[in-house]
Design a protein. Structure first.
Length: 466
């Protein structure tokens, strides 16, 4: 129990460090453009970091993190070693002002410690036997895809913002908003389906079918009727419901009560995100029309408009940062609770875990990481309020998209890509590519270096008899 307590404390310490290490993600541009003072900016970001607790209920990213390593190779010393490695690498990169990924540090440390544990205690294992290789490769791919997506969205928003005709610009924004609404609606449906499947034990049933031919025959022989599952699916979207129902046996689990299913459905609901995005889109449209059509536009009013819009865009990034990064520590704590036998599954995670994780990352953000803020706010490219709005908006949308897909991306990578995109829209030479390439190398080596540090930490733990 004492080791579990130590792990939880270290996980929360990492969460705090993650907050001040990644404070730059949401406030670098707003500080460099002098929209807010540094203290006002970190306070603003911390408030919206914590607000994410009330918005993201599904914890899909946390679930992914907790399952990057196969459960039989997750032990408390493995988790402890991964956390120690992640904290060391985070502090090193913070000291040198490098905006590396806290997310990938944690994932690399967790996987590296698990592999070391498995290879030390078992023989004949492969990489794929220990970690979820598909999940790890997806996470690695998004080291490059997340900043590219952030860059593309930032460039698109920049180009739309620079359209001279106000009404044409507003029409493009409205059409983009409609597309975004239906995209997130589709993501919600997929997430609800996954949640409902998990609540009904469909995933476990599928695994049993795959690994046990006798069970496959038994399942095929059973009489499966859709109407038997219908009472449990009454609140569920029609699409895909029959497919889920066909995987349920005649004797539906009696513990599967209505409340459990309703919770599974509500956790997948992303209406807060959809309405929030529509609010920001409406705010942008109304602001453009007011400043450019109701009032006489001039350089002063336009600059003031973008400074005010930057308050909204930085708040959106802070919500995305909190919702994405706090979940990674939640996943690690949940894995520790499962390994220690306190809970049996991620969905049984106690309520104090998300609340504490969101509180700690908010406190960390409040502390600020000034060296990294300087790197992201001034060294990559010179950021004006207009570019700040575009970069933050592109980054925020990317974070919301990946969170809905349950992919743990780096907010640092995402926002850096968005800043590059906003700068490149002006002209390619506006981006300091030398600084950018050095950052890219830091991103690439983060996972392997964290894994190596975790392997060394696990070796020390083993020598100490843990």
């Amino acid at each position: 129990m004492s080791l579990l307590v130590l792990i939880i404390i270290l996980a929360l310490v990492f969460d705090y460090i993650n907050g001040f290490h990644d404070a730059a993600n949401s406030i670098a541009t707003i500080v460099s453009t002098k929209v807010l003072t540094p203290f006002q900016a970190v306070l603003w970001a911390a408030i919206f970091n914590f607000a994410a607790y009330f918005i993201f209920k599904d914890h899909a990213v946390a679930n992914t993190i907790s399952k990057t390593v196969h459960q039989e190779y997750i032990t408390l010393p493995v988790i402890l070693s991964g956390l120690i490695a992640a904290i060391i690498w985070n502090l090193l990169t913070w000291w040198y002002g490098i905006p590396s990924s806290s997310s990938h540090t944690l994932i690399g440390g967790f996987a590296g410690a698990a592999l070391t544990h498995a290879f030390m205690h078992y023989s004949g294992l492969t990489f794929a036997d220990v970690v979820e290789s598909t999940m790890i490769m997806t996470i690695v791919a998004f080291i490059f895809l997340a900043p590219l997506l952030g860059m593309a969205l930032s460039m698109f928003i920049s180009l739309v913002t620079l359209v001279e005709n106000t009404w044409f610009r507003v029409c493009i924004i409205v059409l983009t908003g409609i597309f975004t609404w239906f995209l997130f609606l589709q993501l919600q449906e997929g997430k609800m389906e996954r949640n409902l499947s998990a609540a009904m034990g469909v995933h476990e049933l599928e695994q049993q079918v795959l690994h046990d031919p006798a069970f496959q025959e038994e399942l095929d022989a059973a009489t499966l009727k859709f109407e038997e599952a219908e009472p449990y699916l009454s609140m569920y979207p029609a699409k895909g419901a029959e497919g889920v129902a066909k995987l349920i046996r005649r004797d539906v689990d009696p513990s599967l009560d209505q409340e459990k299913l309703e919770r599974a459905i509500s956790n997948g609901d992303n209406s807060w995100i959809r309405y929030g995005l529509m609010f920001f889109i409406g705010l942008y449209c109304v602001t453009y029309i007011y400043v450019e059509k109701v009032r006489t536009p001039n350089a002063f009013t336009m600059a003031r408009m973008f400074k005010r819009l930057q308050l909204a865009s930085s708040a959106a990034v802070s919500v995305g940062h909190g919702g994405n990064d706090a979940q990674k520590v939640m996943g690690i704590i949940a894995a520790a609770l499962i390994a220690n036998g306190n809970i049996t599954d991620f969905k049984d995670m106690p309520n104090w875990v998300p609340l504490t994780c969101y509180a700690m990352i908010s406190l960390g953000t409040l502390s600020g990481g000034w060296k990294i803020i300087k790197t992201m706010g001034t060294r990559i490219t010179k950021v004006t309020p207009l570019e700040g709005v575009c970069a933050e908006s592109g980054g925020a949308i990317t974070l919301y998209l990946t969170e809905q897909m349950g992919i743990p991306v780096s907010t640092t990578h995402t926002i850096t890509g968005s800043i590059i995109g906003a700068g490149a829209t002006k002209r390619l030479s506006a981006v300091r590519w030398g600084v950018t390439i050095r950052l890219l190398w830091a991103w690439i080596i983060t996972i392997p270096v964290s894994a190596a540090l975790a392997a060394a930490a696990y070796g020390v733990c083993h020598l100490l008899g843990l």
